[in-house]
Unconditional design. Structure first.
Length: 344
């Protein structure tokens, strides 16, 4: 690695995938502390890594880039004379960028697309000899380097100014328990029914003094508004009203985070929060279950139709949605209480 002076990590999106890459940044820097690390990322996710002290420079790609904009980024990368590009996206745009990077070495990870397809559509499980987590699968991109794998936490860095700005919205009184809830997700089959969240919140409020903060993106606003209308007492709806790092600040202050399989889950894991994760159509084999942080996972493990998709889908292919509908609020309540009060 004596000839290596500057490398580029490439991951455009999304929240979870980017945060699951942070252990690799840490491992690389630990073994090669004198090599400059840059990061190519979509502009709307840049704040997730721009405060990482191990990253020297951030190259931004527009949210929906045109071919011209992709070529513009490729030109910037070529001019910087990177020694290695680590492609953790494996998208046609990253192949195009690497092609026009003047012979630079490109290392990529393995997506295990065939085992994923076989498990999803034929229920043939070939994951027994595949690394368990996404960071371990990313690590395959380092196979030609003298780096030894060891488990490392996800990282997210929140500036003090954001924490201070968010503090007034997160004040609690009389020993209230602050619970952050992310009831949304990118696809419908990854969402626990919002009426169950309403029941859960009411159960929690009856059990102890609780202040609930709803978090999520703009696509989750209708769900959160519906919950807010039914659970007005001591509930703050911040869905769609915070940046990514402001949301992270909410999670950091919370005693417990309850989330579907979505980016908030990985943000909470990176912040070492107590996490209660609800999984519907997706399964552990895909590599996105939380690790290292204190957590509890709720899933319907006995359904033969799981998984029905890799990223979730707009509707249940079997038209019953049992994977979520049969996870009753009382079960989630018990898991929440066990996290809040170990031993009960």
């Amino acid at each position: 690695m004596d000839s290596v002076h500057r490398v580029l990590f490439i991951r455009f999106s999304a929240i979870g995938d980017i945060l699951l890459l942070t252990p690799l940044i840490h491992l690389f820097h630990k073994h090669y502390p004198d090599v400059q690390i840059d990061f190519l990322i979509r502009a709307d996710f840049a704040e997730l890594i721009e405060y990482n002290p191990l990253i020297n420079d951030v190259v931004l790609l527009p949210k929906s880039p045109t071919i011209r904009e992709v070529f513009k980024v490729a030109k910037i990368i070529r001019q910087r004379n990177y020694s290695i590009l680590f492609d953790f996206q494996k998208h046609w745009r990253t192949y195009l960028i690497s092609f026009f990077s003047a012979g630079v070495r490109v290392y990529r990870y393995k997506k295990y697309a065939i085992p994923r397809f076989l498990l999803t559509f034929l229920k043939i499980n070939l994951y027994q000899n595949i690394p368990e987590t996404i960071p371990e699968r990313y690590f395959i991109a380092f196979r030609k380097l003298k780096i030894i794998w060891h488990t490392t936490s996800l990282e997210i860095h929140i500036p003090d100014k954001i924490q201070k700005n968010m503090a007034p919205k997160l004040t609690t009184q009389n020993n209230e328990t602050l619970i952050a809830i992310a009831p949304g997700a990118g696809r419908n089959t990854k969402r626990w029914p919002h009426k169950y969240f309403i029941q859960l919140i009411k159960h929690l409020q009856n059990y102890r003094r609780v202040k609930v903060v709803l978090v999520g993106g703009n696509t989750d606003k209708m769900i959160c508004e519906s919950i807010e209308n039914e659970c007005r007492d001591n509930l703050v709806n911040l869905c769609g009203a915070t940046s990514l790092l402001e949301t992270a600040s909410v999670l950091q202050k919370s005693h417990l985070v309850i989330s579907n399989d979505t980016g908030v889950l990985h943000m909470a894991t990176a912040l070492q929060c107590k996490v209660l994760a609800i999984f519907g159509s997706t399964v552990k084999e895909f590599g996105f279950f939380p690790t290292l942080s204190e957590h509890s996972i709720i899933e319907h493990s006995n359904l033969k139709c799981r998984p029905c998709s890799y990223h979730g889908s707009d509707s249940c292919p079997q038209n019953h949605f049992r994977c979520m509908k049969e996870i009753e609020p009382n079960r989630v309540l018990k898991a929440a209480i066990q996290l809040l009060e170990p031993g009960k």
